[in-house]
Design a protein around this ligand. Structure first.
Ligand SMILES: Cc1cc2nc3c(=O)[nH]c(=O)nc-3n(C[C@H](O)[C@H](O)[C@H](O)COP(=O)(O)OP(=O)(O)OC[C@H]3O[C@@H](n4cnc5c(N)ncnc54)[C@H](O)[C@@H]3O)c2cc1C
Length: 815
């Protein structure tokens, strides 16, 4: 056994599939001075008892990327590191019971194709060709994934560890980490075998991640579920069939019934995600044991009975088999079911690679991503979906438990665009929450803040069932249209609590900002959009910069970006800065007042100079309270953002609301705002704006000031400008059917995929379906006709001039 070294560049805490893959990928990147510390044997956590399914399917682009990468790594890994292992690529059949499910499958087929995978849709007859023992009478079809399979999780972990060791990295077993401390800009990791100093540390402690997180003062947002699968004895009919055809059955997932069924030798393995699920270690009478290595929970067959019966009806030969064994193990869940991979929020040189619910199929990709975070400070694929900073301060244990159970019980659910999941709600309420609720607001949380999505009228169907559709139509459709038209024709007000806001003040603040953003810093009294690039020229984020004085700013960004963007700013601050940066998000609230009548309304209630032009701001009084009136409009009409102190928000809203009535003032929600902004070509955070694209690809060159001597990303962007961009941001009008283009719909031209959408919606002012996207540069010419694939069907689309579809010269905005 290796001795504990006194120093290492990176220490990884936890030797499951994820820790081992992180070590392997660090070593592969040349970082061989890395040590993995495991408190027991490798695989002692969730890994040893995992079923080992390796799907590529995901409706998330980034997760699909990780899983695709894993599957391709696992194919060669055994030979690569000389550690043969059981990896069966059996393919899988994912059953669909409804039209909506087939639409979901078709969308994933499109995404898969774009990632170089040939997924396929099967008719019920074709399914039986792949899976002869199946009842298909009630199916609408299936998705066939030829890359799906299963791997032995312990062998996978050992192979990754061997590969890492062979390259020079170290694995120390039976070495629990008991504490950490920061000393001279280094981490000191404490274990019973001694201390080890390191530059970087990774929490890869699986379901113990929360305990390890506490050592860093970090409350990891997670909880632990119990998850089971049942192994069945040999089924002679299956054995005979397998022998005859020479292969196993593809893995079956009945996602609408919520289980998978896999051939295991000549028996079966049934793994349900049951609605009547059970969390563990969440109550005082069920404390988390100090050590649960290689242990299981007691079997709980009763919980799985419904699923067992359903599976027997689906695959009747299962009914002939005896039950041989059950596995009931701990499985960690983050509140959205995605893992945490990336910087540990607020903790220097510490990273997370933990809370994986699908850690076997994601281990390969996750190790790659984690290693990139550490060695390069950025990742090849935009990994916001897994970034630990997507959660902030609202994720206490009650929240994590409620969300974890909701996700587990809906593991295979379809995520419809207008379905707002009900668990873990009301974490943060706007000061006028009750008022807008009374107006019919249908809420959805953004960074925990409840925001109105659309306003229902009495009699509108706001049931959960009504939201189970990918279609544009639904109870919301007329209401969203009315809200958009109110913005166009009169005025409407949108409550926007939780807008992230940082106060930047002090000598040198302007100069520092100038070197960080790509463009100009506005003069005092003005506000402007600023883009932040990484060293590769890619889009890190966008903020509104409101200049109050020469060296005094408010930086305003998306609610969900709160911790991410703050950290970006903080890590780029010089150590000896004479200026300060402070997150003041919770001190303020915001209303968006937009529409041609908004000036008349404000004139009645405020003392402001309403003749001040677009992109200005001013302090004003409404209802004898201070507010900041900011002359911008994400909705693309004459309008102001009304920034208020939290305690004054209700009084100010009341005054504006009362004055607005005779001008036809209506409330509007985030759904309408999304429609309005897309008509203006305004980009949305982590849809249109992500590190998957460079500033130049994103069509943001007008926000680049090349004359500045230096700014972050300048060298890369200059180089890209010389060579020319491979793809370019475009606005498309789409002759769509019932659905607008969702994120990552593929763009086609001459029978080839030539780009992808980054967002899509219906524009009520222009009366068209609109998509924003990235298109091969040679085709990004106004008037070019292409096609957009939306849920499997292709629709004609036309590239639009590089200007807003609505009010191209911004006359209404500047009125
Ligand atoms: C029944 C069941 C079936 C599953 N089936 C699948 C499947 O088919 N496909 C799939 O992709 N996923 C599956 N999973 C999920 C999968 O098991 C996990 O996502 C995966 O194993 C997580 O790996 P990990 O490395 O993150 O965590 P773990 O395997 O839990 O590893 C964490 C390690 O950290 C160690 N550790 C903890 N604290 C310390 C400390 N203080 N110091 C040092 N070491 C420490 C632990 O001992 C442990 O070895 C299944 C889970 C269950 C329960």
């Amino acid at each position: 056994m290796s001795e504990l070294p006194s120093t290492a560049r990176v220490v990884i805490i936890g030797g499951g599939a994820i820790g081992a893959s992180s070590l392997y990928h660090l070593a592969k990147a040349g970082w061989t001075d890395c040590v993995l510390l495991e408190k027991n044997e490798l695989t002692a956590g969730s890994t040893w008892h995992a079923a080992g399914n390796v799907p590529t399917f995901s409706s998330s682009w980034s997760i699909m990327n990780m899983q695709r990468y894993s599957a391709s790594l696992y194919r060669d890994l055994g030979a690569l590191v000389d550690y043969p292992m059981n990896y069966h690529v059996t393919g899988s059949v994912r059953l669909g019971h409804s039209k909506q499910r087939l639409q979901e499958f078709k969308r994933v087929v499109g995404m898969g194709r774009y990632q170089g995978m040939d997924l396929d849709i099967l008719t019920p007859d074709e399914i039986r060709g792949r899976y002869p023992f199946l009842e298909t009478h009630d199916l609408t079809g299936a998705l066939y994934d030829p890359y799906d399979g299963d791997i032995d999780p312990a062998q996978l972990t050992q192979a990754l560890a061997k590969g890492a060791r062979d390259m020079g990295a170290k694995v120390i077993r039976f070495c629990p980490v008991t504490g950490v401390r920061r000393e001279n800009e280094e981490w000191v990791i404490t274990t019973p075998k001694g201390e080890i100093r390191c530059e970087y540390v990774v929490n890869a402690a699986g379901y113990y991640a929360r305990e390890v997180g506490k050592m860093f003062g970090r409350d990891v947002p997670m909880m632990v579920m119990s998850h089971q699968y049942i192994l069945f004895e040999e089924i002679p009919e299956l054995a005979a069939w397998s022998k005859e055809v020479g292969h196993k059955l593809p893995l079956l997932r009945d996602v609408d019934s919520s289980y998978y069924l896999r051939q295991e030798k000549n028996g079966m393995n049934l793994g349900p995600y049951e609605k009547n699920c059970k969390a563990h270690w969440v109550t005082p009478d069920d404390p988390m044991p100090e050590d649960f290595s290689f242990q299981l929970f007691p079997d709980d067959l009763e919980r799985l009975e419904w699923y067992l019966n359903d599976a027997v009806e689906r695959v009747p030969i299962l009914g002939t088999a005896g039950l041989s064994r059950m596995i009931n193990g701990p499985i960690p869940y983050a509140p959205d079911g995605n893992p945490l991979i990336g910087p540990m929020p607020g903790v220097p040189n510490a990273f997370e690679a933990c809370v994986f619910t699908f850690g076997i199929c994601q281990a390969g990709g996750a190790g790659k991503v984690l290693a990139e975070w550490i060695t390069e400070g950025q990742t090849e694929w935009d990994m916001w979906s897994c970034d630990p900073r997507r959660y902030t301060d609202y994720t206490d244990q009650d929240y994590c438990i409620a969300k974890g159970k909701e996700i587990y019980g809906h593991e295979y659910a379809m995520h419809f665009p207008k379905h707002y999941w009900p668990a873990g709600r009301d974490r943060k309420l706007s000061p006028i929450h009750d008022r807008i609720a009374a107006l019919g607001a249908q809420f959805k949380p953004y960074n925990g803040w409840e925001r109105a999505m659309w306003y229902a009228r009495p009699g509108d169907d706001t049931s959960e069932e009504a939201t189970q559709t990918w279609d544009r139509e639904g109870p919301w459709a007329r209401r969203i249209e009315e809200e958009c038209l109110a913005v166009r024709d009169a005025a409407a007000i949108l409550d926007l609590p939780g807008f992230s806001r940082y106060r930047l003040k002090g000598e040198g603040a302007r100069e520092w900002l100038l070197g960080l953003i790509t463009g100009k810093v506005p003069k005092p009294g003005r506000i402007g959009l600023a883009y932040f690039s990484d060293d590769k020229g890619r889009i890190v984020t966008e903020m509104s910069v409101m200049a109050l004085e020469e060296d005094f700013f408010f930086l305003i960004t998306a609610a969900t970006a709160q911790w991410h963007d703050f950290e970006w700013l903080q890590t780029h601050m010089p150590k000896d800065a004479a200026f300060t940066l402070e997150d003041v998000t919770t001190n303020f609230s915001c209303q968006i007042l937009s529409g041609p009548k908004s000036r008349d309304i404000l004139a009645e209630v405020s003392d402001a100079d309403l003749a001040k032009g677009w992109l200005t701001h001013q302090s004003a009084q409404i209802a004898d309270r201070w507010c900041q009136l900011v002359r911008v409009s994400f909705a693309g009409e004459l309008g102001w953002e009304i920034h208020t102190k939290v305690d004054d928000t209700a009084a100010i809203f009341d005054a504006v609301w009362a004055a607005g009535q005779k001008h036809g003032l209506k409330p509007f929600g985030m759904e309408a705002l999304d429609s309005l902004r897309i008509e203006k070509g305004y980009r949305a955070w982590k849809g249109d704006l992500s590190t998957d694209y460079s500033i130049l690809q994103g069509g943001l060159e007008r926000f680049v000031d090349w004359s500045k001597p230096a700014f972050k990303g300048k060298a890369a962007l200059e180089k890209e400008k010389q060579v020319g961009v491979s793809k370019r941001f475009v606005t498309l009008t789409v002759e769509a059917g019932d659905c607008d283009a969702p994120y990552m719909s593929t763009l086609w031209h001459d029978g080839a995929v030539v780009g992808e959408t980054t967002s899509g919606n219906w524009g009520h002012r222009v009366g068209k379906s609109i998509a924003l996207g990235m298109l091969r540069s040679d085709l990004a010419v106004p008037g070019t006709e292409i096609e957009v694939e939306i849920y499997g069907d292709r629709f004609k689309a036309v590239v639009q001039p590089d200007q807003p579809l609505w009010d191209p010269s911004n006359e209404r905005l500047k009125a």
